[in-house]
Design a binder for this molecule. Structure first.
Ligand SMILES: [Zn+2]
Length: 208
């Protein structure tokens, strides 16, 4: 992998102007969160200790409620170290926090794939639990895999019926497969300025 390029203050300010959180700014710059964080912390801000502090979205403004990190949240570390039961939390939220808090890098653990679809910023990555226990968030048990590596090392991603829906010239089994957009990705769409309310976003999705 090529060495990540340094980010200038102008880069970061431009990304901040277009986004609502540091995570979104990193995505906007198409670099890893860790890399963004390093540089955003490096530059001073007029109002805060650093640009990173300035762009922290503590109130969760513009971020779906279920993704907000409030006072009642258990420390993610408790989940990772098995002290908290994962079943009380939304998997999408845990995944989001693993990424934003730097425990998991958003790329395939096997080949390093990390390209985003221009359309909605989604990456074709799936969270894989090595011991098949989807409540075991220990760091040595979880990894992100691209669709190819998930298919090759874990198993099918689509059911036969879904594949049929994708390939058949008749409209069978569609709908379900193609645009299942969860709140996490609605948030990404929101960051891209695609619509101000859920209804608009869904319309956009159905038009694609
Ligand atoms: Zn891969």
């Amino acid at each position: 992998m090529p060495k990540a390029r340094p980010l200038t203050k102008e880069h970061i300010l431009a990304a901040m102007a277009k986004t609502k959180s540091n995570m979104a700014a990193a995505r906007y710059l198409n670099c890893s969160y860790q890399h963004y964080k390093k540089w955003a912390k490096f530059y001073e801000s007029d109002t805060h200790d650093s640009l990173f502090e300035q762009h922290k979205n503590q109130s969760g403004k513009g971020i779906p409620k279920f993704l907000r990190i409030g006072g009642k949240e258990p420390a993610l570390l408790d989940l990772i170290e098995g002290r908290a039961n994962a079943s009380s939390f939304t998997p999408a939220k845990i995944k989001y926090r693993l990424l934003t808090e730097g425990y998991l890098e958003e790329k395939c653990a096997m080949c390093g794939f990390q390209e985003r679809r221009v359309l909605d910023y989604k990456m074709p990555l799936l969270l894989h639990f090595k011991d098949n226990n989807k409540k075991n968030y220990k760091l040595d048990n979880i990894e992100l895999l691209c669709y190819n590596h998930y298919f090759l090392t874990v198993g099918d991603i689509f059911t036969e019926k879904q594949v049929e829906g994708i390939e058949d010239h008749k409209p069978v089994n569609q709908g379900k497969v193609e645009w299942e957009v969860d709140d996490y990705h609605l948030e990404r769409l929101k960051e891209l300025g695609l619509g101000d309310d859920d209804k608009d976003e869904l319309n956009i999705i159905s038009r694609i």
